[in-house]
Design a protein around this ligand. Sequence first.
Ligand code: ZN
Length: 124
Amino acid sequence: MKSLKKTTAWKWFALYIKERDRWICQTCGRAGKGRFMNAGHYIQAFGNNSVFFDEKNVYAQCINCNLWGGGKQPLLKEVVIKRWGKKEEEKLWKKAKEARQFTKEELKKIAEEYKNKYNLLKNE
Ligand SMILES: [Zn+2]
């Protein structure tokens, strides 16, 4: 299967996350749109597909923090706990251990869901 990052589902999911976080990097506070801003995983998605599309696991992050700062996981941990609580943070790690595959249909659903969520947020 092609990389999840290349799916339409990820495109809309990432866009929603960036809009939700108001295009502000959650680990350094810088704001910016376009290619400057990424959607970064707290628990690295590599091999942890079960938390790939988890809103609690993904945050707006500038390219410096996401790519060159190694994701700044210790800082993101604080963000996760502040926003969702320590219990949810622990749950994420448990969930991350589960193997997860996405069917084409599931990816299509995720794409539709987050396209809608993005558009709702944007029009607020
Ligand atoms: Zn940053």
